[in-house]
Write a protein that binds this ligand. Sequence first.
Ligand SMILES: *Cc1c(COP(=O)(O)O)cnc(C)c1O
Length: 354
Amino acid sequence: MTGQAQQFASDNYAGACPEAVEAMLAANGGSAVAYGDDDWTQRASDCFRTLFATDAEVFFVFNGTAANSLALASLCQSYHSVICSSAAHVETDECGAPEFFSNGSKLLLAPSADGKLTPDAIRALATSRSDIHFPKPRVVTITQPTETGQVYSIAEVKAISAVCRELGLKLHMDGARFAHACAALDCTPAAITWEAGVDVLCFGGTKNGLAVGEAVIFFDPALAEDFAYRCKQAGQLASKMRFLSAPWIGLLESGAWLRNAEHGNACAARLAAQVADVAAVSLLFPVQANSVFLLAPEPVLDALLRRGWRFYTFIGGGARFMFAWDADPARIDELAADIREACAEAALPVAAAA
Ligand SMILES: *Cc1c(COP(=O)(O)O)cnc(C)c1O
């Protein structure tokens, strides 16, 4: 520990979990073939095929922006378009990378407060134009869970994939926090992906306890053709690939991927429960995964900042708190206590502590 008190501004503040570090150290023994033709990478890919109970094609890249952008680019020609929520990370937080790597495929935005897409919104966008002057809709991307922590049910994913199939659209899932969705739904990874009609999944490792790395999983191997070249061209082919792939073995074989996510989700529920009776603050979104978005008056947020708490307010509109695999429940209790005191300081009503 660095001695700095734990913060919940981002789940990327966390270090790597022990299972990932141990696997990384194990992979560091001796030499291995470069550029992904090594046993560690083979084994990590097999771990995913076992976890998803299907014969998927698996690729390892450094971060989520690359995973999403390259996956979408592989599904599109430059004259195609990608339907997403107006709150989607690919739209708001990837600096135009999906358009860049696809050579110009346009993102078509469906306005959405909670970040979810609906079959109706997809249909409306996909059928709004059919003339040659408009980029042809080709892909739908959904974020599971959304940027504000909303989880699509299995039925919701199936309803979306049904409209995709009907309209000839591929379905991509941004799963930067995919494990948290599996934990929240208590379902198999297969149930909310290929079994529900998802074609390509970006499975986030960084927010699940890795130091670095995301996996791009193609459930239809035909769609993965030439993807390795795309990764290389984009600077995403790790020469010492084992260090990107082996930590996944630690995460997946030990079950840490799910335990870590369950812990994050439980921590979010803990904070939400502790401030549920504080009248001056409210939840902007239902707490379904590992995030809490608090709506609070400015003086309360200022008082929290003065007490040293860090949080973002540019996502979702409230103060965002994210809980990673290492979130310390005692520190969450301190945050909850400080929220109460901040309300009292701002002379706002605070219910009696339970
Ligand atoms: C964190 C995140 C990503 C990946 O971001 P990088 O910083 O590029 O790794 C992608 N999608 C969502 C929804 C995210 O929260």
